[in-house]
Design a binder for this molecule. Structure first.
Ligand SMILES: [Zn+2]
Ligand SMILES: [Zn+2]
Length: 332
């Protein structure tokens, strides 16, 4: 099968992914083989490719896979051949550690992640344990469904962890793939959404999707927000978002990686403001997001690239030049 393989991490400008022929994987007993139609690109892929985080090497990145089941392992009876499925970031958990036993499998001590510890979806095929695959709501084509699988799921979990309540004000910092989905859920909940982003294209999309206010982070009025989520991997946004956060509000940090958080005065945090990170997501998050996506229905913006152009897609992501979400199309 064709795959974009990462052997040596490096700056996206140097095209670290190589188009390679790999053996088509064989599903294990509890796995299915998925014929990949599309795979979304994510900031986590960029951090992997550039070496800021590392799992196994060489690796095929990609953890927002949409495809159809082509082969089924002996005990993997949840799906039928030909079913359309999504493959998210969480590939497998141990089921035994304290986190798995307390509904926090996203924190599993031995979690494996798609496109990080095992090969992912920048390829013609991928395997997934059947219980970690998720159904895709009707009404989404393969390209528009892909961003739901990480951008959507993480955005949803970040909103939940921000503790935002219906009708409250919410700040979103950074407006890429995840935020453009999260805003639609927040508006469905009746929230007033403030979007802080530099890119004028992103500001335009935020307005179009119903943002009450768009502008730069430093211009968000002090105390305007009941809750906030930072999607951009920029630590300097933390004190800025705290300034805009009301007493008792929560600031959730949605990224897997962030530049250092600058020193700040304690008063930014005082009055029971909470800063918390968001790490991965559970299967429940995935199922709930998929259900919401179908009900609202969430509209995703997909900018598509052929598989062989994955390096160019990641570079565009790095330069904030992707409109909505970037998605690789795996043509045969
Ligand atoms: Zn575990
Ligand atoms: Zn991701």
């Amino acid at each position: 099968m064709k795959a974009m393989l990462l052997s040596h991490p490096g700056p996206a400008e140097q095209s670290p992914l190589e188009l390679t022929d790999l053996p088509t994987p064989t599903p294990g007993d509890d796995e299915v083989l998925v014929l990949v139609h599309t795979c979304g690109i994510c900031h986590t892929d960029l951090h992997t490719v550039e070496g800021e985080i590392s799992g196994k090497l060489p690796v095929v990145p990609g953890h927002q896979i949409v495809g159809v089941v082509e082969k089924i392992g002996r005990s993997a009876g949840l799906f039928q051949i030909g079913d359309r499925v999504g493959v998210p970031w969480l590939h497998r958990t141990c089921g035994e550690c304290e986190f798995c036993r307390s509904d926090r499998e996203n924190l599993c001590e031995r979690a494996q992640f798609t496109g990080f510890h095992v090969n992912g979806g920048y390829a013609e095929y991928a395997v997934v344990p059947t219980v970690f695959a998720v159904g895709i709501p009707d009404g989404f084509n393969d390209a528009h469904a892909a961003p739901l699988l990480c951008a959507g799921i993480i955005g949803y979990r970040a909103l939940r962890l921000s503790n935002v309540r219906r009708q409250q004000t919410l700040g979103l910092y950074g407006f890429g793939a995840s935020a453009h989905i999260a805003i639609q859920i927040a508006i469905r909940w009746g929230c007033e959404v403030f979007v802080a982003t530099r890119a004028t294209e992103h500001q335009r999309l935020a307005k179009e999707l119903g943002a009450t206010w768009v502008g730069h982070a430093e211009d968000v009025p002090s105390g305007a927000l009941h809750a906030a989520v930072i999607f951009a991997p920029a630590g300097l946004l933390v004190p800025e978002a705290l300034r805009a956060l009301r007493k008792g509000g929560t600031l959730a940090l949605a990224g897997i990686y962030m530049t250092p958080i600058p020193e700040m005065k304690y008063e930014r945090l005082y009055h029971e403001r909470v800063v918390r990170s968001v790490a991965n997501a559970t299967r429940d998050d995935a199922r709930q997001l998929m259900q919401l996506a179908g009900e609202i229905p969430i509209r995703t913006e997909a900018q598509t690239f052929p598989l062989a152009d994955a390096n160019r897609a990641l570079l565009a992501l790095k330069q904030s030049e992707i409109h909505g979400a970037g998605v690789l199309i795996i043509d045969r």
